[in-house]
Design a protein around this ligand. Structure first.
Ligand SMILES: *[C@@H]1O[C@H](CO)[C@@H](O)[C@H](O)[C@H]1NC(C)=O
Ligand SMILES: *[C@@H]1O[C@H](CO)[C@@H](O)[C@H](O)[C@H]1NC(C)=O
Length: 289
């Protein structure tokens, strides 16, 4: 009996053990397959979260304690170096379309034919046709919308030339065929007499697109065309096509203060459409206005 019972126990037990083992195996397989499906679904989400946190931390770590006149955040103003001769930078999307339209609206009511600074011996009559645009000066303080104030601050940050060194915005409109022959923004004392304050850089903000023509040109870029009897009315050299909201900065003098001959520039005639531009001249002395 004893032996028989023993035998019958083991006989019954074996299939049960095999069954249990089989069930565990199947269950294990099922559970592991569940996990292996979940793993790839969960991981990328965790990774992107971690990345975002890392980037946020970097931003905080990257910025420095700032001085009384500094700013708290790190900002970026995209730019492209267009030339070193003259030193010219292009700033895509410096202002928004709405900001540009606001400036045009403010300037529109007050346009007058643009004037020229005359050299010794020149008269309004003798220089007729050199600059055919209409324009007006508007200072940021006259603009109740605050747009010009924002733009002026951004120009100061982009150039690190304080706002106090800027003239009021000269907002210009060039209609069909209108242009500005090549000229310098800096005043050469030999031609204009002694200068108390010099224009060192110019920031142009294009307020409109121009369908055709109206480019800002630098005929002497990298020294080309100098001493070749260049006709100042000709539109050639490095050309910058106006695009609404884009900025163009160039320096008229070298770091040592002498005039950079390659900063000669002009506005090509508008062939199709209308050109609106706001110019800010930056000087080496503070401005009173
Ligand atoms: C720029 O001008 C210099 C001097 O004339 C010349 O040697 C050089 O090749 C020019 N650079 C380019 C890219 O044309
Ligand atoms: C000023 O700098 C320019 C460009 O570096 C140089 O060609 C010129 O000789 C300098 N003029 C003086 C007076 O130092």
């Amino acid at each position: 009996m004893k032996g028989k019972a023993k035998r019958s126990k083991t006989n019954l037990g074996l299939p049960i053990v095999i069954l249990i083992c089989f069930l565990f195996f199947v269950a294990g397989f099922f559970v592991s397959s569940l996990f292996s499906q979940d793993v790839p679904r969960v991981r990328p989400r965790l990774r992107t979260l971690e990345l975002v946190e890392e980037i946020e931390q970097e931003g905080q770590l990257g910025s420095m304690p700032h001085g009384d006149t500094g700013g708290a955040s790190i900002e970026s103003i995209p730019f492209q170096v267009l030339s070193w001769k003259p030193r010219a930078l292009y700033f895509p999307n410096f202002a928004t379309a709405e900001q540009c339209e606001t400036i045009i609206k403010i300037a529109k009511t007050n346009l007058k034919p643009s004037l020229l600074a005359l050299r010794k011996g020149e008269t309004a009559e003798s220089t007729k046709g050199t600059r055919t645009s209409s324009g007006t000066f508007v200072s940021a303080s006259e603009d109740e919308t605050g747009v010009m104030d924002l733009i002026e601050q951004k120009i100061a940050r982009a150039t690190m030339i304080p706002r106090t060194h800027g003239e009021a915005f000269n907002v210009l409109r060039y209609e069909l065929g209108q242009k500005y022959d090549s000229h310098y923004d800096a005043f050469n004392p030999a031609e204009y007499g002694p200068q108390q304050s010099q224009r060192v850089a110019s920031f142009l903000l294009y307020l409109s697109n121009v369908e055709e023509g109206g480019e800002t040109m630098f005929p002497f870029e990298n020294g080309s065309n100098i001493g070749t009897g260049y006709d100042y009315k000709k539109c050639l050299g490095l050309k910058v096509k106006p695009r609404q909201g884009d900025g163009l900065l160039f320096y008229s003098v070298f770091p040592n203060g002498t005039i950079d001959r390659t900063s000669l520039h002009g506005s090509c005639p508008v062939i199709k459409g209308e050109k609106w531009v706001a110019t800010k001249w930056l000087r080496d002395q503070e401005q009173d206005d």
